[in-house]
Design a protein around this ligand. Structure first.
Ligand SMILES: [Zn+2]
Length: 258
């Protein structure tokens, strides 16, 4: 009996020490190609988005501005440049979120531009084939961001809607650039490479990041090795043409104005 109790104790201890580390999850709502094709209304509430994470980005129904999810609060950066806190009852057609727990914090060399920073971080990440949550906090000499205006039905594809984007040129500005680096194989599902949004420290401005130059900032990242995708089971998504290759359009939309 004592032997059995010992075996049981040993088993419990072993189970405790070899218990797998919990995977870090990226939850995505709908797909980037659905958004590209003009699916701008989704069934997902901001409440659902916030339950899946405290960090992330996306947009809102009718493509009404850029979403920044920072420390559990969802902000909307409208095309007029104003920023609003969004309640749990609002909805989104596309969002990507995680629970941010940085694994490494790095000082960013002053003067780095967006593309230089992407290369700087690429050299430090363990692998290009996983997802990463990425955040840059600090002061930027300059930063260029955009937002998209609310659309009316019938919705144009994103390449058309983005032609009406408002571009904001910030001078010296303090804030957080945050988002994801996704592996190359997510083509059609998410944005391969970096997708970053910005919010000023005073929460009064922001947008989808087109470019910046760092003055003084820290960069933090977290590897995400678990991927979850929620899909709309009704509405425009179900009839959208998602067989087309939209990579070229995506590059134009994501990086337009850089
Ligand atoms: Zn964006």
């Amino acid at each position: 009996m004592r032997f059995l109790a010992f075996r049981l104790l040993a088993f419990c201890l072993a189970a405790f020490f070899v218990a797998p580390v919990q995977a870090a999850q990226l939850t995505q709502f709908s797909t980037i190609d659905a958004l590209m094709s003009g699916v701008y209304d989704g069934p997902f509430t901001i409440g659902e988005v916030r339950r899946a994470g405290d960090f992330g980005l996306g947009t809102f129904n009718a493509l009404d501005g850029e979403m920044v999810l920072d420390h559990g609060t969802v902000y909307q950066v409208r095309a007029d440049g104003s920023v609003h806190r969004m309640g749990d009852g609002e909805r989104t057609p596309f969002a990507a979120v995680a629970r941010f727990k940085p694994e490494q914090v790095i000082e960013v060399p002053a003067g780095l531009g967006l593309e230089e920073l992407e290369r700087f971080l690429d050299q430090r990440l363990p692998s290009a084939n996983l997802f990463y949550a990425v955040r840059i906090d600090g002061e930027f000499r300059s930063l260029k961001a955009r937002s998209v205006p609310r659309q009316q039905r019938p919705y144009p594809p994103l390449a058309e809607a983005a032609k009406q984007q408002a571009v904001f040129d910030f001078g010296p500005v303090q804030g957080a650039v945050l988002g994801f680096r996704s592996p190359p194989f997510v083509t059609g599902v998410n944005v391969p490479g970096y997708h970053l949004h910005f919010l000023t420290n005073d929460r009064k401005a922001g947008g989808h990041v087109l470019d910046f130059r760092v003055e003084k900032a820290t960069l933090s990242w977290q590897m995400l090795d678990d991927f979850r995708m929620r899909l709309p089971k009704e509405g425009d998504f179900t009839g959208a043409d998602l067989a087309r290759d939209r990579q070229q359009e995506l590059n134009q939309v994501e990086r337009h104005g850089r």
